[in-house]
Design a protein around this ligand. Structure first.
Ligand SMILES: [Cu+2]
Length: 133
């Protein structure tokens, strides 16, 4: 009898733990944008892909809506040198693909803002792409 009661208590505790981890809200710091490739060939039809990762479990976040982007040459001291970006369809879940005009060789700073499903606050991040000849 004693064994049965302990077992019941143990499984109740397990349910409480899994429920709280499912419903606790993540903070925007739990997410990170990562470049799929650090170097991209310079040119008017350059394609840049970023992966959005949930750092708590290392998993890609596939249902994010990217709503702001900015690409500029801040890493080369040219913050005012910006270039347009357009989102492209992505074949891989958790990866977001963009077309842009990397008109100059060197470092380009890519800033992104995203809405993640179930996340109240905006997730933002930046990566530096190197445009190569
Ligand atoms: Cu420049």
């Amino acid at each position: 009898m004693k064994t049965t009661r302990n077992f019941a208590r143990g499984s109740l505790a397990a349910i409480v733990i899994s429920a709280s981890s499912t419903f606790s809200y993540a903070s925007p710091q739990d997410y990170e944008f990562q470049l799929v490739s650090a170097e991209v060939k310079q040119g008017p039809d350059a394609e840049v892909s970023v992966r959005l990762i949930d750092k708590r479990n290392g998993q890609p976040v596939s249902d994010a809506v990217i709503f702001t982007t900015r690409m500029d040459m801040a890493p080369e001291g040219m913050e005012t040198m910006t270039t347009p970006l357009g989102e492209l369809p992505s074949a891989e879940a958790g990866t977001y693909k963009f077309k842009t005009n990397l008109s100059m060789e060197g470092g380009w700073r890519f800033q992104l803002g995203a809405k993640v499903q179930g996340e109240g606050e905006t997730v933002s991040g930046e990566v530096v792409v190197k445009a190569t000849p």
